[in-house]
Every structure is written in structure tokens, then in C-alpha cells.
Design a protein around this ligand. Structure first.
Ligand code: ARG
Ligand code: GLU
Length: 707
């Protein structure tokens, strides 16, 4: 432990400036303060994170379980991305009140709509608890023993930290368990929908523009956190009142210029900065290509259906957004890794590490063992991929899995609950089933066939069986299963008891699902998987520790793990390819340029065009009289940073982070300052939409705006 601390300290004091890469721990930001100030920041590390005074941290929240949000008024008003609020907006929408399509603006507190299941988490404080968590851990312990000791310590430490409070606490490993931090949180459960632009604005450009620059998406939505009369979290009640945050952000309308300092404060989810060459190769060249192909199949069918009518668009839009998001990101990631010779770069580093490790018995075997373990992991991971992306691609197989769970349930009250949940699901599932089954059946058949052709799944043992026969067989399974007949499934479930399990197990869909599962992920490989991933984690723990000892500069920041981080950089354009230069900001002009009434993603609202025609931008125009929409910068971000505030040198809100540029999506594995850019919605466009477009001046009046 001591050696790592020394290594960390050396890292801190010997590196005066940091690269653009990095997601820094707010509590330790003093280490970056000089660098940040040298790069343009005018506030202090304490203004960003402090436990002694209200600070920016108090305005930042985890929105739901995978996005960031920020308080912008003293009445708990919260900004986040449109795509972060999406599922709640969709859930509150019907064809009659289609807020997703038409937007929604509450004109009073009473009109705000409760969002069941949505939570907002505020960090109260964080603490380095490495010593307490690793107490009693010894080098000679097995991983299992080590885990037990750590789990017990974590339980005790979190219990003590929250005793007698309404807080909850979570402890997370950093650097693969070389360090541990505790986060004491306050979780709010009464969150209400306040405003959202129509999809034409909030999702302008749709999945076509997703991950791309130049970008013109008005990706924001507005919520409000409610609390009990004591300002503490309380479950939904009509008596709750708007929460009074300790701090809310001041909004600046001054905007930014190329090279201006900016920082992003939020909850990045996952990165793999220290991944070995095998890990990078596995993602970029083995699993990504399969996932991409299988998702292409699904997307083609859904998009086709969505283009047919509004009901199908509403039905599939949430699902398609999430399928398409990974699909496109992985394409950019694989291209980016290979453009950078990412695998070779990692191999070069590994060679140097091995030379060093040869004289350090503790680390000598780390990389050779990694290689062995990754070889095993590779084949299991590929089977995993086929299972998740092919076998589970259709609703048909998803429902077969649920039915199988019911058949395997022996506890009577659990059977009742699961049965009733299934019956409830049937009610909505069979609405418009004629249309849905065409899409779902095709997805089922095509993804399975793709897998068979690739030689996976194993249940088509005979290579001579031709594809047409397989397709026919799959079609029969789809049509014969109880799952696609409302009458038959209801008959099976109506009086279902434990003894009827056999009937479920005989269903062809359930049989197929089980067969596929056992072929792809038999018990032996599930066991192996858990063993190998544990071992790989142990090896990374050593590897990263070794890297630090070899040269403290090798290890700068810990991988993202959905804890609060600060990334900083500059507004900057870039050259995505030969002969092309991307300017760092876009304007309303680009929306008009992209307009195409025939393509759903590029329809421009008439009201927006009116405002454009009269150039009625008010205080939201820049010095040139343009209305800025989005900008890019070198801040290192990842999924989870969506909705994060992007702040200027004074710590004022200038935008909402919502994406990365496609050419730089390999930054989760390898950051390249020439290509990696985060994409931010300019706050001036956001306020323009609220104010000029929607006329929701009640919201504008709540904000603190510095001009
Ligand atoms: N790419 C962004 C992110 O990773 C936005 C995703 C939502 N938008 C969409 N068109 N699917 O979350
Ligand atoms: N849109 C992403 C999110 O939901 C952020 C983009 C990224 O991955 O950087 O968090």
C-alpha cells in the first residue's frame, strides 16, 4: 500500500500539466488545480468540491441510474438531456397526449407530472476508505478469502457512515481494488417532469446524427425534485414541496470561443483505460463486429415498421434508440482503435512492462497469465455475445425466457406473482399483435439464422442443413408456440400451478431457448467465466500497481465507475479525415440546412422556422447574431456523462454534455487528443427553446442568469 501511495504522490508532484485525457476525482482535485488554472480556470478546486462549504458539487446529481443532471434554480429545477428523460417522457405519452412528439411544458407546479421509478441522487460527501476496506487483507489470501474480508469491511464501514441518518452509502473499488472510496448519498424519489421540447428538436437528427458532428440536437429536458416539508427526500405525495438545493448553477449567456477552457462535472459510467492488447482486440475485432451485424438486422426491421405509422413509431422508438446507440458507437470504436493501431500500441507498452517485470518477481507472470486467461475468455465472450444479441434479440425469445423462469419456480406465492405479471404483460403485448408479430417473427428468424450460419448455437448440428430449412423450422416454432396465441397462453396460465410446469417446458419456443442457452453457455463455461473474470480482475490489480511502480506517469486517473468526476479541456475543432476540418460550433442555420420534411429525423417545427425567418433570437444570439446550437471540446467523457453540466472558467453553466464525436468513441479504451471530442448543447439554444419557442417564461424566471 505504502508503495502505491508514494507512487501516487510522485505522480502528483512531478507532473505539472496533464493531457486532455482524464476523469478526475473531485475530492483530489487540488492535484489538478494549478494545471486547470494554467489552462484558464478562474475558480478554485474548493469551489468545485468541498465538504466545508456549499460548492458546485451540491448542484450535480446522478439522474436515474445512468445519466447526470444539475440543479438550475433554488426550487429544485433540474436540467438533463432529452435522451435521459426519454423513457419517462415516452411513458407519460399516449397518442392523444403525445409529449414525445409534441413536447410538454408545465405552466405551474400543479401541471408537473410525477415520474414513477425515477430517482435523483445527490452526493453528500466522499471519503478514501482504502485502509478500512483492506483491513485484514493479506497477499497470500485467495481471491475468495479476500472478497469475503472486503465485503465484511464494506458492510461495517457503510453502516457506520449512515447510522442515524437518511443517507445511503456505497463503496467502490478504484484501480481494480488498489484503492476504495466511499460515497455518502441522498436519494430523492419524487421527481416530476416539467418540460421537454418535441422530438423534432430534442432528438433532431435522430439516430442518423447520433454520435456525429456537426450536430444540431436540442438534447435537453427539464425535471423538478420534490422533497418533504423538511427538505429531505420523501416518496411521492401531493403534499411534497420543491426541494431547495444547497447550490444551483448560474447560467452564462456569454458563450465560448475556440480554445476557451471548459470542464464537465458528472457521472461517467465505464472506461477501460488500462486494458491489455488482448482486451482491446477482443472488443474491437471480435465482439463488436458480431454485435454490429446482429443489431443491423433488428434495426432494419424496426425502422421499416416505424416509417409506416405513428403508433409503431411511438411503440418502438425507445427500444430502437438504445439498440442503435450501441450499434453506432461500436462501429466508431472499432474503426478508431484500428486507425490508431491500438492493439499494436498496447503490445508495445506490454513489451516494455515485461522487460521491467522480469526483474520484479511479483509482476513477472502478470502479462503471460493475462494472455492465457484472455484466450479462454475470448471464446466464452463470443458465445455470450451470440446469446445476448441473437438468441435474446426478439420479444418472442425474451418472453420464452420469462415463461421458463415461471416453469422453474416452485414457491406457490412466487408462482402467483410471476403468472400474474405475465398475464398483465399479455394484455398490452397482444394489442396490435398482427403488425408486431411480423416484425418480431422476422427478427427472431433472421438473428437465429445468422448465428447458425456463423456456426454458433450448436443446435443445428448437421452442416448440410440448408438455410431455407432452418428458416422454415424457426417459422414453425414461432407460429406453434403458445407465446404467439393470446388464447392459448391465457388458457395455459389461467389456472397454472406448479404441476403444470411440464406444459411450459414442452412449448417449442421454451425448448429452443433452453437448447440455445445450454449450447452457448453450458454450466461448465458459466463456471469457467466467473473464474476467469475474477482472475483477470486480480491480474489487473497487480498490473496497474506494477505500472505505477514502473513509472508513476503510467497511471494517471482511475477508470470511470459511475462516480462523480471532473474532466477539463478546451473548445476545439478537429480534422476527422484528410481534407476535412470540423469547426467547433454549430448554429440554427444548420438545422435549416438539414431540413427535410420527408425524413422524420429532419422535420423542422414550423414555429422554429418562424423564429428563424425573423431572426428573433433575443439575448440568446452570439456576437455575430447567430443562434448557437452545439459545440465540441476536448473534455474526456463517456456514457453516463449525458446531461452533465459543461462549465466555463468561472464555473458557470454554458451547456449540457450529450455525446461524443464518432471518430473518437474509442476513448473508453484509448484517448487520442486529435480525435476525441465531447459534444455539448449550447445553453443558449436550450434557453431559446424554453423561452422563445415554448414561451415557458415561468421556467426562465426561476433561473439565475449572468449576462
Ligand atoms: N449517443 C448519445 C449517448 O450515448 C445519445 C444517445 C441517445 N440518442 C439516440 N439518438 N439514440 O447516450
Ligand atoms: N450520450 C451518452 C450518455 O448517455 C454520452 C455520450 C458518451 O458516451 O460520451 O451518457
Amino acid at each position: 500500500m505504502k508503495r502505491i501511495l508514494i507512487a501516487l504522490l510522485i505522480a502528483v508532484f512531478s507532473v505539472p500539466t496533464f493531457a486532455d485525457e482524464g476523469m478526475w476525482i473531485p475530492m483530489l482535485l487540488k492535484r489538478n488545480e494549478a494545471d486547470m488554472q494554467q489552462k484558464g480556470m478562474k475558480i478554485s478546486a474548493d469551489d468545485i468540491y468541498s465538504i466545508n462549504q456549499a460548492c458546485l458539487k451540491d448542484a450535480i446529481v446522478l439522474f436515474g441510474s445512468g445519466c447526470t443532471g444539475e440543479f438550475v434554480s433554488d426550487q429544485g429545477l433540474l436540467f438533463t438531456n432529452h435522451h435521459c428523460g426519454y423513457s419517462f417522457i415516452a411513458r407519460n405519452s399516449t397518442l392523444e397526449h403525445n409529449y414525445l412528439a409534441n413536447g410538454f411544458w408545465a405552466k405551474s407546479f400543479e401541471e408537473e407530472i410525477p415520474c414513477v421509478g425515477l430517482t435523483v441522487t445527490r452526493l453528500v460527501r466522499m471519503e478514501d476508505v482504502t485502509e478500512q476496506v483492506l483491513k485484514g487483507v493479506e497477499d497470500k489470501m485467495s481471491e475468495a478469502e479476500r472478497e469475503n474480508v472486503i465485503a465484511a469491511n464494506i458492510k461495517a464501514v457503510t453502516k457506520k457512515a449512515t447510522e442515524g441518518t437518511h443517507y445511503s452509502a456505497i463503496i467502490k473499488p478504484f484501480y481494480y481494488g488498489n484503492q476504495y472510496f466511499m460515497y455518502v448519498n441522498e436519494v430523492f424519489t419524487d421527481v416530476r417532469m416539467v418540460g421537454t421540447p418535441p422530438s423534432n428538436i430534442g432528438k433532431f437528427g435522430g439516430d442518423t446524427d447520433n454520435w456525429m458532428w456537426p450536430r444540431h440536437t436540442g438534447d435537453f429536458s427539464v425535471f423538478r425534485v420534490y422533497a418533504g416539508k423538511d427538505n429531505k427526500p420523501a416518496d411521492y405525495s401531493a403534499d411534497n414541496v420543491p426541494y431547495k438545493p444547497l447550490q444551483h448553477l448560474t447560467i452564462s449567456l456569454k458563450g465560448v470561443e475556440e480554445n476557451d477552457f471548459t470542464f464537465v462535472f458528472g457521472y461517467p459510467g465505464t472506461t477501460n483505460r488500462y486494458a491489455t492488447s488482448q482486451a482491446v482486440d477482443l472488443a474491437a475485432n471480435v465482439t463488436n463486429p458480431v454485435r454490429i451485424d446482429l443489431r443491423t438486422i433488428r434495426l432494419n426491421h424496426y425502422n421499416n415498421a416505424m416509417n409506416q405509422d405513428a403508433a409503431q413509431r411511438l411503440k418502438y422508438s425507445s427500444k430502437v434508440a438504445s439498440i442503435a446507440n450501441g450499434w453506432k458507437k461500436w462501429q466508431g470504436e472499432s474503426l478508431g482503435i484500428n486507425r490508431l493501431d491500438g492493439v499494436e500500441k498496447k503490445q508495445e507498452f506490454e513489451k516494455r512492462f515485461q522487460q521491467w517485470a522480469n526483474n520484479n518477481p511479483m509482476y513477472k507472470d502478470v502479462l503471460p497469465s493475462m494472455e492465457k486467461n484472455y484466450a479462454i475468455l475470448k471464446s466464452i465472450e463470443l458465445n455470450n455475445t451470440y446469446f445476448n444479441e441473437a438468441v435474446r434479440a426478439s420479444d418472442f425469445m425474451g418472453r420464452a425466457a420469462t415463461l421458463l423462469t415461471l416453469a422453474n419456480t416452485t414457491n406457490d406465492s412466487l408462482i402467483e406473482a410471476r403468472k400474474n405479471a405475465f398475464i398483465k404483460h399479455n394484455e398490452t403485448y397482444f394489442k396490435d399483435f398482427d403488425k408486431h408479430s411480423i416484425v418480431d417473427r422476422a427478427i427472431f428468424i433472421e438473428t437465429f439464422t445468422y448465428m447458425c450460419k456463423a456456426g454458433f448455437g450448436g443446435f443445428v448440428a448437421n452442416k448440410d442443413v440448408d438455410i431455407a430449412t432452418i428458416e422454415e423450422m424457426l417459422g414453425k416454432i414461432y407460429d406453434k408456440s403458445v407465446l404467439t396465441s393470446e388464447k392459448n397462453i391465457m388458457k395455459l396460465l389461467a389456472n397454472y400451478k406448479a404441476k403444470d410446469a411440464k406444459k411450459i417446458l414442452k412449448d417449442p419456443a421454451v425448448e429452443l431457448y433452453q437448447l440455445a442457452y445450454e449450447n452457448l453457455l453450458p454450466a461448465s463455461s458459466r463456471k469457467e467465466y466467473s473464474k476467469v473474470t475474477k482472475e483477470i480482475n486480480r491480474l489487473y490489480r497487480l498490473y496497474v500497481k506494477g505500472m505505477m511502480e514502473m513509472d508513476a506517469n503510467n497511471v494517471s486517473f482511475p477508470d470511470a465507475n459511475l462516480t462523480l468526476r471532473v474532466a477539463y479541456g478546451h473548445v476545439k475543432g478537429f480534422a476527422p479525415k484528410d481534407g476535412v476540418y470540423y469547426k467547433p460550433y454549430t448554429t440554427l442555420e444548420g438545422i435549416i440546412e438539414k431540413e427535410n420534411p420527408d425524413i422524420y429525423d429532419y422535420v423542422v417545427e414550423p414555429r422554429l422556422k418562424e423564429l428563424y425567418n425573423t431572426r428573433d433570437y433575443g439575448q440568446y444570439a452570439n456576437a455575430k447574431g447567430e443562434l448557437p446550437v452545439a459545440f465540441i471540446a476536448t473534455n474526456h467523457t463517456t456514457g453516463g456523462n449525458s446531461g452533465s453540466p459543461v462549465l466555463n472558467a468561472n464555473g458557470e453553466l454554458i451547456g449540457l454534455n450529450f455525446d461524443r464525436c464518432w471518430e473518437g468513441t474509442m476513448s473508453d479504451l484509448l484517448f487520442d487528443p486529435n480525435y476525441c471530442r465531447n459534444i455539448t448543447l449550447d445553453i443558449r439554444y436550450c434557453l431559446f427553446i424554453i423561452d422563445k419557442y415554448a414561451g415557458a417564461t415561468n421556467l426562465i424566471n426561476e433561473l439565475t442568469i449572468s449576462k
